[in-house]
Design a protein around this ligand. Structure first.
Ligand SMILES: [Zn+2]
Length: 56
C-alpha cells in the first residue's frame, strides 16, 4: 500500500505492543485506523499476525 503523503511504500512497523504503518520514503508513521480504509491484502495478512497487539 502507498503512503498518502508521498506515494512511497508503507511497511508494517512493530513497536513493543503497538503497530504502525511506516513510510519507506518520508518516514511518516500512521496509526492503523488512519489507513484502515486503504489496507490491501498483503498488509492485512501481515497485520493478522499481530492479533494480540492493541491498535490504539
Ligand atoms: Zn511517505
Amino acid at each position: 500500500m502507498e503512503c498518502p503523503n508521498c506515494s512511497e511504500k508503507l511497511e508494517v512497523h512493530r513497536m513493543c505492543r503497538r503497530v504502525r504503518m511506516r513510510c519507506t520514503g518520508c518516514k511518516k508513521e500512521y496509526h492503523i485506523h488512519e489507513v484502515a480504509d486503504q489496507l490491501d491484502d498483503e498488509t492485512e495478512e501481515k497485520l493478522s499476525m499481530y492479533t494480540s497487539i492493541i491498535y490504539d
